[in-house]
Design a protein around this ligand. Structure first.
Ligand code: IYR
Length: 225
């Protein structure tokens, strides 16, 4: 028989929820968080100012709190500060990106990218103290099934960006394509699929970002009450 939705979980290992309670009201909590997160920007100019490993550890632990299909936690975060490995990655990424800009990208795509002034030069990979490579696990480490892989890893990556921002760190969501070379450079197993590369560090003091506009509430949301 299907178990009915009930609060009686006495047969199994359930514990009382320990809810987060904002300092003020829910509106104050939500507003304060929006004020913080609305300052997050994608950054391409990183300082070489070191970021202690302990900070990155807390950021990764926060990312690891993400919900996932059947709680399979189908992610792994490879945190690279090693200069030689970062440089290897830079060279491989720049090769892939040169192909993108010279051959693979459509004219429309290149036109859409113009405001962001991107190009195949990824020298910031040498400068930035940390490179986080998010791996999507196609199976669990012991070969078990995972569910909603892209959704789960996408949410975890969102939390990662949010946690980094909260720590005063800037990030860049970078998806060179294809990214398979990362598994070889990083010597990672077959079931880890490179999902996203995230340079993480402090922005340069004179860092500029494009003047983008975000959707207003009436454009980004529809309320049906
Ligand atoms: N991966 C390339 C191109 C690029 C594509 C998109 I869509 C962007 O939002 C930004 C860049 C690069 O990183 O240069």
């Amino acid at each position: 028989m299907t178990k009915q939705s009930t609060n009686d979980h006495s047969e199994s290992n359930w514990i009382p929820l320990d809810p987060h309670t904002p300092d003020g009201s829910s509106l104050e909590g939500a507003t304060k968080f929006y004020q913080t997160i609305q300052k997050r920007r994608t950054v391409r100019h990183f300082s070489d100012k070191p970021v202690p490993r302990e900070v990155i550890e807390q950021v990764l632990l926060a990312a690891g709190t993400s919900p996932s299909g059947a709680h399979k936690q189908p992610w792994r975060f490879i945190a690279v500060s090693n200069k030689d490995i970062k440089h290897k990655i830079r060279l491989a990424v720049e090769e892939v990106e040169r192909e993108f800009y010279e051959d693979r990208a459509s004219d429309r795509w290149l036109e859409d990218l113009e405001p962001f002034e991107t190009n195949p030069d990824k020298s910031y990979i040498d400068t930035v103290p940390w490179l986080i490579i998010v791996m999507a696990l196609r199976t669990t480490d012991d070969g078990g099934q995972v569910y909603y892989l892209n959704e789960s890893v996408g949410i975890a990556t969102g939390l990662l960006l949010t946690a980094a921002h909260h720590a005063g760190l800037a990030t860049l969501t970078h998806t060179p394509s294809p990214m398979k070379f990362l598994r070889d450079v990083l010597d990672r197993p077959e079931h880890e699929r490179p999902y996203m590369m995230i340079p993480m560090g402090y922005p340069t003091e004179d860092c500029k970002v494009p003047d983008i506009k975000r959707k207003d509430l009436d454009e980004l949301a529809v309320f049906i009450e």
